[in-house]
Write a protein that binds this ligand. Structure first.
Ligand SMILES: [Mg+2]
Length: 271
């Protein structure tokens, strides 16, 4: 999950000021965690609580997710939420609203780390996602992201992940040069996940995958959050980068990150 937070934070200063290059300072004082990070932390918080119950009931996971997302969202109300989602955060009477936005995938990474098998990964992904993004494309984007994290933990290579995605979720035939020339702003799940995954498949290490995301422009904090989430599971996170990102997080956020890592992620960062 820290991979998603790094991607989001690096991308934050380019979301509305796209650059089409991989040459830039990675983390600067202008960077900040946005909605992608806050909601990732909320999902991690919900999963920790659900795990304590013995994981018996996916409806309980959904309930915890709703509670955590509203609580974290209202604690950080200026993180850059989409209009509809912000409405949902404040109106407790509001249920799922058929969203197919990329918010479904940007927040899902804790599922891929906490799941114990592939079926549980898919069920957890659905339980977390359907509380707001219950459109089939939202459900698919979240699952496509979470499943890759789970499979990377089992040792799948980038090539095997891509093959799995193509067989089960998306057509992934566009390469980096195409995206750099043609990619436009996209807030829907399908159009964000496809380039986010390609940025990973065409990368040589964790940082390079995030640089790929920034270089294609668009909603790049979210593209980088989705890519970074899977990239962590493939490459691990460089120690220096992990300690650097901690300085961007508040104490209450770090408490969830640490608690989640202790519970579900071994010290190597990708097991
Ligand atoms: Mg954002």
């Amino acid at each position: 999950m820290i991979g998603a937070i790094i991607g989001d934070t690096v991308g934050s200063r380019f979301e509305f000021d796209n650059i089409h290059t991989k040459e830039f300072e990675f983390l600067t004082p202008e960077c900040e965690p946005t909605d992608d990070s806050i909601m990732t932390i909320a999902v991690a918080d919900a999963i920790i609580e659900w795990d304590k119950t013995g994981r018996e009931n996916y409806e309980v996971l959904s309930d915890y997710t709703v509670k955590a997302m509203r609580s974290w969202g209202l604690a950080y109300p200026n993180a850059g939420y989409g209009g509809h989602f912000f409405w949902w955060l404040r109106d407790e009477s509001m249920g799922p609203y058929n969203s197919c936005g990329n918010g479904a995938a940007m927040r899902i990474s804790p599922v891929g780390w906490a799941a114990r098998d592939l079926e549980e990964c898919k069920q957890m992904s659905f339980a977390v996602t359907a509380v707001t993004h219950n459109h089939p494309d939202g459900i698919m984007g979240a699952e496509a992201t979470a499943v890759q994290i789970f499979l990377a933990r089992q040792g799948y290579s980038k090539e095997e992940l891509k093959q799995y995605e193509e067989e089960n979720y998306y057509t992934l035939h566009l390469d980096m040069p195409w995206y750099r020339e043609h990619y436009q702003w996209e807030s829907l799940c399908n159009g964000t996940c496809q380039p986010a995954f390609q940025c990973l498949y065409d990368s040589k290490d964790f940082e390079d995958s995030i640089r790929n995301c920034i270089s294609i422009g668009g909603d790049c904090d979210t593209t980088a959050a989705i890519c970074g989430a899977v990239s962590q599971a493939v490459y691990g996170i460089p120690k220096e980068l992990e300690s650097q990102i901690r300085s961007y997080l508040d104490e209450d956020q770090l408490a969830i990150v640490d608690s989640f890592n202790e519970r579900f992620i071994l010290p190597c960062g990708r097991c």
